[in-house]
Design a protein around this ligand. Structure first.
Ligand code: PRP
Ligand code: MN
Ligand code: MG
Length: 182
C-alpha cells in the first residue's frame, strides 16, 4: 500500500470483478446497437480501459475532457469547463458516458444536458463509484460499481493534485496529505 494512503476501500481484485459484471450487463444492453462510448478524462481512463475489455459487442470510443475540481481543491467548484470536446457527432446516437465517480453530480448533469441538446438518441451513464452524500445536482447513474462514503478517495483514475491516478485500488488519503486537521 502507498505510504500516503490511510486505508484501502476497494481492492484491485474487487474492481476487476466488478468490471467483468458491468461488462456483461453492458454487452446485453448494447448488443447490435454500436453505441458511442464517451470517456470523461482524465479520471475515467483506467475504468474505461478495464470495463470495455469486458464488453463483447461493437462500440465506438471518444473522449471529453472536462474539469470541475481545480488543483488541490477537494470540493467541486460547481463550474464545469470543457477542456477537450468530442470528435464525433452525437445526433441520433446511443451514448454511454463512462465516469470514475459521481460526487456533486455537476459534471454529469452538464454533460447529459449538453448531449441531449445535441440530439443524442439515448444517454446512459456507468460510473465506478457513487458518493451520494456529495450530491447537489439532480443526476443518477444507470449502472454503479460501488457506493463510497463521504471521504476523499483517490486511486484508479481519481487524483489529488494530479497524483495517485495510477494506483490499482481505491483508497482514502491520509488527512495530513491534503492539510486537513483530524
Ligand atoms: C472528477 C471526477 C469526476 C468529477 C466528479 O473529475 O473524475 O469527473 O470530478 O465530481 P462531480 O460529480 O462533483 O462533478 P475532475 O474534474 O477532478 O477532473 P479529472 O477527472 O481530470 O481529475
Ligand atoms: Mn473526472
Ligand atoms: Mg480531478
Amino acid at each position: 500500500m502507498h505510504n500516503d494512503i490511510k486505508e484501502i476501500l476497494i481492492t484491485e481484485e474487487e474492481i476487476q470483478a466488478k468490471c467483468k459484471e458491468l461488462g456483461e450487463q453492458l454487452t446485453k444492453e448494447y448488443e447490435g446497437r454500436f453505441p458511442l462510448v464517451i470517456g470523461v478524462l482524465k479520471g475515467a481512463l483506467p475504468f474505461m480501459s478495464d470495463v470495455l475489455r469486458q464488453v463483447h459487442t461493437h462500440l465506438e470510443m471518444d473522449f471529453m475532457d472536462v474539469s470541475s475540481y481545480g488543483g488541490t481543491s477537494t470540493v467541486s467548484s460547481g463550474e464545469v469547463k470543457i477542456l477537450k470536446d468530442l470528435n464525433t457527432k452525437v445526433e441520433g446516437r446511443d451514448l454511454l458516458i463512462i465516469e470514475d465517480i459521481i460526487d456533486s453530480g455537476n459534471t454529469l448533469r452538464y454533460l447529459v444536458d449538453l448531449f441531449k441538446y445535441r440530439k443524442a438518441k439515448s444517454v446512459k451513464i456507468v460510473t465506478l463509484l457513487d458518493k451520494p452524500t456529495g450530491r447537489t445536482a439532480e443526476i443518477q447513474a444507470d449502472l454503479v460499481g460501488f457506493e463510497v462514503p463521504d471521504a476523499f478517495v483517490v486511486g484508479y483514475g481519481l487524483d489529488y493534485d494530479e497524483k495517485y491516478r495510477n494506483l490499482p485500488y481505491i483508497g482514502v488519503l491520509k488527512p495530513e496529505i491534503y492539510g486537513a486537521s483530524e
